[in-house]
Structure formats: C-alpha cells, structure tokens
Design a protein around this ligand. Structure first.
Ligand SMILES: C[S@@+](CC[C@H](N)C(=O)[O-])C[C@H]1O[C@@H](n2cnc3c(N)ncnc32)[C@H](O)[C@@H]1O
Length: 248
C-alpha cells in the first residue's frame, strides 16, 4: 500500500482523491518479481514481532500483540473452540466481520500489519457482538505460526493484497514464504481463496503457491462477503479475479 496513513482506505493508492481513476492510473505495469536469492521480506522486520502495544493505544481483549505472549495464549485458547478461518491483510475488517455474522460457529483470525486497522476491525466486531473475531497485529508470516497450531485451520483468505507496485517494495509481495505459512496452518483439505484486481499478481501468487507442492487447484465458494476494496472495485466497475487452492 502506497499510502501509509491509518485513515486511508485499505489499498488506496490515491487517498482522499477518490478511487474513480484507480483502474486507469494504477492497473498497469505490473512487473513480476521472482525474489532472487533473498525472496519475500517480513514487513517491518522480525523485530516488530517483539513490540508491545504502544501506550497511546487502548488495549482490546481480542487483539493479539506478538510481543505479549499472554495475548497469544488467549487467542489460541479461544480460536480452538470452533472451525478456524484465517484472513491475511484484513484492512478495515469488512470481510471478516461479514463472515463472523454468517458463521457464528467459526473462530476468525484476521492478520494485519497496521495496528489502526486491527482496532477498527475489532470495534466493528464489538458493534455487532462478534466475539468470535480476533485480530493479530503484524506480518501474517510471523503471527500465524505464533498463534495457529499446525494443520488446524479450515479456511484461509488472502484478498486483494497490495500489489506493491514500486520495485523497492516488490519483495513484500506474497510468495513461497506466505504459501508455506498458510499450508502449515491449514488442515489437509483446507481451502485457500486468493483474490486480486491485478490479474498478473494473482497468477504469480497461484504459480508460486503451487510450486511449494502443498496445494491442488480448488473451486472458490460462490458467495462470500465483500471486502472494503471489493466494494470500491464494484462501484468503479473494475474487474476482479479469484483463485482457490486446496491444501494437500
Ligand atoms: C490492499 S489492502 C486490502 C485489504 C482488504 N483485504 C480488502 O480487500 O479491503 C491489503 C492489506 O493487507 C495488509 N498487509 C499487507 N501485507 C501484509 C502481511 N504480510 N501480513 C498482514 N497484513 C498485511 C495491509 O496493511 C493492508 O491493510
């Protein structure tokens, strides 16, 4: 995401100027990045996983703070109580909150690098009593292995990840490291859904995830709640693309 402010809509590269020209201005020039020797990087570095909650931020009982082991333990205990659904890059949490309503039996864990977005998603959940929704602050490649016991998640969603257009940020794109983290977390037969409005990025993710040898092709569910980004894409008539993988 180009705009690092917490009040920008998830994925908005244009902030307050509105999404109207998004497709025209930004859905171009996607260059595939193979990662070379170094591969994808953890956003904020591993050191972020040791951070405590900044004192200005109000604590939330369902917020996982990687630097505070008690919050990890609390999440693990609660998330074990039902079928577990993961989302990487939850943004403002529209999708996960929609799913929480549709699937009251499930336990939902959203992973989001931006603390302000985690809090927004949790406040939304509080407003409709979705106590089955948790948020983990930090890069999902670090938080998921810390929280989710291997082979226990039923479903995972990676929806409209930032394309990281700039060459210097391309290593933040999702590749084999994220693929492996999600494969480790999913139970055999578990479903992974990927969506993007940048078709070559979706194709690159599918290719690199499949190359791990941990997935087979699957069928996406016909109806899912909208994400915040998807809502904007619908309004602007921008095409979106979906893929599904099944954990071997
Ligand atoms: C383009 S936004 C899409 C948000 C939401 N899925 C939607 O469709 O509205 C991508 C989100 O993923 C978050 N993100 C990017 N890389 C991440 C990572 N490795 N782990 C967790 N969150 C990540 C960003 O902070 C951002 O909020």
């Amino acid at each position: 995401m180009a705009d690092e402010r917490d009040d920008a809509a998830p994925g908005s590269p244009i902030g307050p100027r509105g999404p109207e020209n998004y497709a025209e201005r930004f859905l171009k020039d996607f260059r595939k990045y193979r990662g070379g020797d170094t591969g994808e990087v953890i956003i904020g570095g591993h050191v972020r996983a040791t951070l405590a909650l900044p004192s200005r931020i109000e604590r939330h009982p369902r917020l996982v703070i990687p630097g505070e082991p008690a919050t990890i333990e609390a999440a693990r205990a609660s998330l074990a109580e039902g079928p577990l659904i993961l989302e990487v890059g939850s943004g403002f949490g529209r999708f996960l909150n929609g799913l929480a309503v549709l699937r009251p039996d499930a336990r939902l864990l959203g992973c989001e690098t931006r603390l302000g977005f985690c809090i927004k998603g949790l406040r939304k959940a509080d407003r409709h009593g979705a106590t089955n929704l948790w948020m983990a602050w930090g890069d999902a490649r670090v938080t998921i292995p810390a929280i989710v016991p291997p082979g226990t998640a039923a479903e995972a969603y990676l929806l409209y990840p930032d394309p990281w257009w700039k060459r210097k940020h391309a290593r933040r794109r999702h590749g084999p490291v994220m693929a492996t983290v999600l494969a480790d977390a999913l139970a055999p037969g578990g479903l992974l859904v990927l969506k993007s409005d940048v078709e070559p990025y979706l194709a690159a993710m599918v290719e690199s995830f499949a190359e791990t040898g941990r997935y087979d092709a699957g069928t996406p569910p016909s109806e899912l709640p909208l994400t915040d980004r998807e809502l904007r894409l619908h309004r602007t008539g921008t095409k979106a693309f979906t893929a599904a993988l099944i954990r071997r």
